[in-house]
Design a protein around this ligand. Structure first.
Ligand code: NAD
Length: 251
């Protein structure tokens, strides 16, 4: 049987890297995409055989098309596209300039739209899967996340649009909403106060690991989830299901 191919964006580090690693362990080939070429080279070396580096920016329409073309040229097919590349910028509404807003939207929302659209012809051929990474910040509002949270809420809805429209081609579209994971992205915006508050509010009382998020992503892309589409799965230690949370009640 031909090996399956996953195109994973934002694969140079963090959740994307862990996802690429797990796909390889499960016998897939991986087109690992990142705009940070300096970080992607060593990351793909570490991933080893079966992984190939694509240095592209998902927020550019031309580069999204070029990235998909490069993945197909290398591997001949795409069975899953994981739209994981993301940026975080937390700030009050009044201090969020249009430039900051656009920077977040360009990668987190435009990037998912552009990469998915570019991959549709290939996914039609394999009856493949789209997997978009949103966030618990897209499931419920909280302070400082006007751009980030709005971009992620839009990704959740975009996933449902994709599932509605692409199901007739056998393409599934699902969304994973990670809770906090100690990646470079999170540590740049999580102060010690935020870290402590997450530990208090999360029923499992801890951050998640990259691997724990990757397990859900790879499952939803696999044939084991062949009748699952249009779904939003929070991998968040129970944070979302308990709402805002009242730490005082847990003491
Ligand atoms: P990270 O910063 O460790 O990795 C993100 C990668 O994406 C980087 O290698 C970066 O170079 C790449 N990237 C960013 N913009 C890009 C672009 N326009 N084109 C190509 N590559 C680009 O981040 P992470 O924490 O692993 O986050 C991965 C995803 O998970 C993001 O979508 C993020 O919003 C989401 N998420 C993370 C957390 C968390 O706590 N870490 C929580 C919820 C959601």
């Amino acid at each position: 049987m031909e090996q399956k191919v996953a195109l994973v964006t934002g694969a140079a580090r963090g959740i994307g890297f862990a996802t690429a690693k797990l796909f390889l362990e499960e016998g897939w080939l991986v087109a690992a995409l990142d705009r940070d070429g300096d970080a992607l080279g060593p990351a793909v070396d570490e991933l080893g055989q079966g992984a190939s580096a694509l240095v592209h920016d998902v927020s550019s329409p031309d580069q999204a098309q070029a990235a998909v073309a490069a993945a197909i040229e290398k591997f001949g097919r795409i069975d899953a596209l994981v739209n994981n590349a993301g940026v975080a910028d937390f700030g009050p509404i009044e201090e969020t300039t249009f430039d900051r807003w656009r920077t977040v939207m360009a990668t987190n929302l435009d990037g998912v739209f552009l990469m998915s659209q570019a991959a549709i012809p290939a996914l039609k051929k394999t009856r493949g899967a789209l997997l978009n990474i949103a966030s618990i910040s897209g499931l419920r509002a909280s302070t400082l996340r006007v751009a980030y949270g709005t971009s992620k809420a839009a990704v959740i809805h975009l996933t449902k649009q994709q599932a509605a429209e692409l199901g007739e081609y056998g393409i599934r579209a699902n969304c994973v909403c990670p809770g906090p994971v100690r990646t470079k992205l999170a540590m740049a915006v999580h102060t010690q106060d935020i870290i402590d508050a997450y530990h208090d509010a999360i029923p499992l009382n801890r951050y998640g690991s990259e691997r724990e998020i990757a397990e859900v992503i790879v499952f939803l892309c696999s044939d084991k989830a062949s009748y699952v589409t249009g779904q939003v799965v929070a991998s968040d230690g129970g944070f979302e299901s308990t709402g805002v949370g009242l730490p005082a009640l847990r003491k």
